[in-house]
Every structure is written in structure tokens, then in C-alpha cells.
Design a protein around this ligand. Structure first.
Ligand code: SF4
Length: 326
């Protein structure tokens, strides 16, 4: 039986001491045109690839406590904790697949999206050189790898979503979305007679259960489900990814959706699929749902499955230029 590991991560001081940012680095937000965020974005990637968010670690540990000590489920979750400790201690990627690199940027008026896009691309190329990211960008038909995580046409990879806001600070969130879990994501068009799903919350529930049953352990369970109800095919899928940025254990602002998320998480964990599909009580770490508006003729339910190695982090450059990571 493997020893039950306590996931104590390296201290913030140790993490900061390995930063690629010079101590005390600050951005000058009074001169947005001259701003260069290449290094802060590199630091964001370094922290994201090797260190899981605390809420995900807590959910894995809670899952392990729900398994019988010595069972395959228990040992698998314990191995995941060991993996987390090794990656964090050595500052090495949590998984060999460092995923599709997806950014969500919020910025004040006056910042050049074109310039920031170039800086983000440069940071991703550097992070790939430093082996914090695996070169994961290949030509669709030939499979030829660009070698630096760049799509030469500047569209496919890295994925960058920009949004201007009224606030003075800049917020850059990143998500590393594994390929295996991406493959088990699904989109449903309701009504769907094949699973008996109508255009209501019961129908949405059937879609989510169907997707998890079909995925089994292949999305590297226990997974986190991002679910969008409504939208068009594109916005629905986009939203289902964006919601995965929300921390596990936080309340959905919509009370009906909050209750739905909690009930579904409990119910999905009775399916018996378990960690990596080995059986057990921990199939899902959480369900995060957002309702959108839709065209009257269309009703989509989009489900993005995020694996247990749910790497996401938010960097904020405050109004006085200081950088923080969450
Ligand atoms: S799905 Fe996640 S944990 Fe599984 S191989 Fe891909 S990145 Fe790694």
C-alpha cells in the first residue's frame, strides 16, 4: 500500500525565488504603448505548467478520502498527489501533454492587442524552448510539428481571447487544455431523441451524464466539467472552456445553477467510473455551468472535459504596475 501523501507545496518565497521576472519588476501602465509583457507571461506559463491550483489539489485530496485505503482508486489519487509534489518541487510539467495553450486577456483602453499578441506568442515560444511546454502544434493533415507551439498563420495556436474593460488593470488568465480530455468533450443539440433529452434542465442533465459515461476514464478522470447551455455552436463551446477558470468550491451566482452543479457532481460520482476509469467514487471533481441566450430554433449544450491535471492561473497587473498570480 502506498503511503498517504500530504500535498504540501513549496512556499511562495521559493516559487518567487525561481521567477524569471527580476525582483520588484513593475509595469508602467501610464505608457501602454511601450508595455512589454513577454517576461510576465513567461512567468505565468512557468507557474501554470508545474503547479496545480490549490482548489484542484484540495478536491483530489477530498476524493482520495472518499476511497477505501489501498484500493486502486485510492492509490491512483495518491499517485496524482505524488505527481503534483514532484512537478512543483522540480518546476517541471505536471503532465507530458502541456495541452493547447489558451489565454483570456482583459485590458484597459489604449493597449495594443496586436502588440500583446506578439508578446504572448514570444513568451509561448520561449517557454517551449525552456521545456515548460511541449511543442503541441502540428499541421492538421501532415502532422508536421511547427516545433515552437506556433501556428504560422497566427490563428490556431496559442489561442488568445481579448476583451477590453473599464478597469485600469490588466488580467491574463491561461489554461493548458490537454488533448486527451479535449477529445471527450461533446456538444449536444436538443431535443436529442437518442438519449431522450428535451429542451429543459432534465435534458441538459441527460447530456452531461451521457458525455461522462462515454468518456469513461479516457479524459484522465477525475475530471472537471465546463458546461454551457445555449449560445451558438462556437460561443457555446468557448463558454464551456472559459467557465473552467472558476475555482472549484465557489458558488455559481445563479442559485438554480449552483444547486444543479452540486447535485450533478454528487450523482456523477455514483457512476463508479473512478480515477482514470479504474472504478471508485471519484469520477468528477466538479461541474461548472453557465446559461447563455440562444437562437429560438437552436438549443446547444456544450461540455468541455478538463482532466485532473487542470492547469490554470491568472496573472493580474494592478493599477500601480505590480504583478500578482492566483
Ligand atoms: S488528458 Fe490531461 S492528464 Fe491526461 S494526458 Fe492529457 S494533459 Fe495529461
Amino acid at each position: 500500500m502506498s503511503e498517504c501523501l500530504i500535498p504540501t507545496l513549496t512556499s511562495n518565497e521559493v516559487v518567487a525565488s525561481k521567477s524569471v521576472l527580476p525582483a520588484g519588476w513593475k509595469a508602467d501602465l501610464r505608457n501602454l504603448k511601450a508595455l512589454d509583457l513577454t517576461q510576465p507571461v513567461m512567468e505565468l506559463l512557468r507557474r501554470t505548467t508545474s503547479r496545480l491550483p490549490q482548489d484542484v489539489i484540495d478536491a483530489l485530496v477530498k476524493g482520495r478520502a472518499a476511497e477505501t485505503e489501498g484500493s486502486r482508486a485510492f492509490n491512483t489519487l495518491n499517485d496524482m498527489v505524488e505527481n503534483i509534489l514532484l512537478a512543483d518541487g522540480n518546476v517541471t510539467p505536471l503532465c507530458q501533454d502541456t495541452g493547447t495553450v489558451i489565454f483570456f486577456v482583459h485590458h484597459p483602453y489604449g493597449l495594443s492587442q496586436r502588440a500583446l499578441k506578439q508578446q504572448i506568442r514570444e513568451a509561448v515560444a520561449q517557454a517551449t524552448k525552456n521545456v515548460w511546454l511541449r511543442p503541441n502544434c502540428v499541421e492538421a493533415l501532415s502532422g508536421k510539428n511547427s516545433g515552437n507551439n506556433m501556428d504560422p498563420f497566427h490563428e490556431g495556436h496559442p489561442v488568445i481571447h481579448f476583451e477590453e474593460w473599464d478597469r485600469p488593470e490588466i488580467e491574463i488568465a491561461v489554461m493548458l487544455k490537454g488533448g486527451g480530455c479535449e477529445n471527450v468533450g461533446a456538444q449536444y443539440r436538443l431535443p436529442d431523441a437518442s438519449i431522450g433529452a428535451g429542451r429543459d434542465l432534465k435534458g441538459v442533465r441527460k447530456c452531461i451524464i451521457d458525455a461522462v459515461v462515454k468518456a469513461q476514464g479516457q479524459g484522465c478522470s477525475p475530471g472537471i466539467l465546463g458546461v454551457a447551455i445555449g449560445g451558438d455552436r462556437v460561443t457555446s463551446y468557448e463558454k464551456s472552456k472559459e467557465v473552467i477558470l472558476r475555482k472549484l468550491g465557489t458558488k455559481n451566482p445563479n442559485p438554480a445553477m449552483d444547486a444543479f452543479e452540486k447535485e450533478l457532481t454528487n450523482d456523477l460520482n455514483t457512476l463508479g467510473i473512478g480515477p482514470m476509469g479504474y472504478g471508485g467514487n471519484t469520477t468528477i471533481l466538479g461541474v461548472l455551468v453557465e446559461e447563455m441566450f440562444r437562437h429560438p430554433a437552436s438549443f446547444y449544450v456544450s461540455i468541455s472535459y478538463m482532466c485532473w491535471s487542470s492547469r490554470r492561473r491568472v496573472m493580474t497587473i494592478g493599477s500601480t504596475g505590480e504583478v500578482s498570480f492566483d
